[in-house]
Design a protein around this ligand. Structure first.
Ligand code: ADP
Length: 285
């Protein structure tokens, strides 16, 4: 017989030390996210009062320059609030506290609402903003409308931000047939005719705090959190984001999401409203 004796004490010690270090790092990371989530939450509450009362104040009589100052307070406040909201989302994602809801919503209304909220911004930059909705898309689907909306807010916001001239289009199409007639795969895309993104940057843009090159960062305001949130939300929804772009020509961000038709709501008189009602022809904003 052959007996091999080996002293594994050192080995074991090293392994234990590595495990302890990993646990320590995980704990620290958790604490950081916990802190970030709590702080963002605490920062949001007073912001609501600041913005709310500033808007009320705007209704009272005041001089032109006072009005101008107050408008700047509101604008900066809104910007700050959107950064705080992004931080809150990132901290939720990082600490695995992202929850997905499934509730009936109207995808047509959702697209219209997103498009309408950017109307002013588009016309201020002299850009055309279009939306197009496939009439075959059911108007009652089950899903996380809030997350889809936030994704679209980020994508349309970026499209307008990084486009100096031309068109931004928000489109929802039926992507392909499903075997189940009560399920639809919808392709949603946001395209622009803006500065575009080079091939080597197309994966990087989804990293937290990525902001293009530094000369750009000075020109375009932002935090580099928007697309990181988009990517993580869409991954959680099982609808990975795709980007196609050519520098100088524009970009298309898209995703395909499978959604189930929601049950028809009971109308007050007891009649059932059909779930398959269609959305009507494409419209211009
Ligand atoms: P932010 O817009 O706050 O800088 P994002 O995470 O939304 O952060 O975007 C990251 C970077 O990706 C941007 O700084 C920009 O360089 C690039 N980018 C995003 N959307 C577009 C777009 N539609 N066209 C060109 N570049 C874009």
């Amino acid at each position: 017989t052959l007996t091999i004796l080996r002293d594994i004490t050192e080995n074991k010690k090293t392994r234990l030390a590595i495990i302890a270090a990993r646990d320590q790092a995980q704990k620290a990371n958790l604490a950081k996210n916990e802190f970030l989530a709590n702080m963002s939450h605490e920062l949001r509450t007073p912001m609501n009062a600041i913005l709310g009362f500033s808007n009320i104040l705007l209704e009272s009589p005041m001089g032109d320059s006072e009005r101008q100052y107050l408008k700047m307070v509101i604008e900066s406040g809104e910007h700050l609030l959107s950064i705080i909201n992004d931080l809150l989302d990132i901290s939720k994602i990082e600490s695995n506290r992202l929850t997905i809801t499934h509730a009936p919503f109207n995808p047509v209304d959702l697209i219209k609402e997103v498009a309408a909220s950017f109307n002013k911004q588009a016309s201020e930059k002299n850009l055309k903003l279009f939306y197009e909705i496939d009439p075959l898309i059911k108007n009652r689907l089950n899903g996380d409308a809030q997350k889809i909306k936030q994704v679209l807010f980020n994508l349309v916001g970026n499209a307008l931000k990084f486009t100096e001239k031309g068109v931004v289009t928000l489109k929802a199409q039926l992507a392909k047939e499903t075997k189940d007639p009560l399920r639809q795969i919808i392709k949603i895309s946001v395209s622009d005719t803006g500065i575009g993104i080079s091939a080597d940057k197309q994966a990087e843009i989804f990293n937290i705090f990525y902001q293009g090159d530094l000369s750009m960062t000075k020109k375009y305001q932002g935090t580099g959190l928007g697309l990181a949130i988009v990517k993580r939300f869409l991954d959680a929804l099982g609808a990975p984001v795709k980007v196609e772009s050519e520098p100088g020509k524009g970009s298309i961000f898209s995703f395909e999401i499978e959604l189930a038709a929601a049950e028809a709501p009971q109308a007050p008189d007891g009649k059932i409203v059909p779930a398959g009602e269609t959305a009507g022809p494409p419209r211009r904003v």
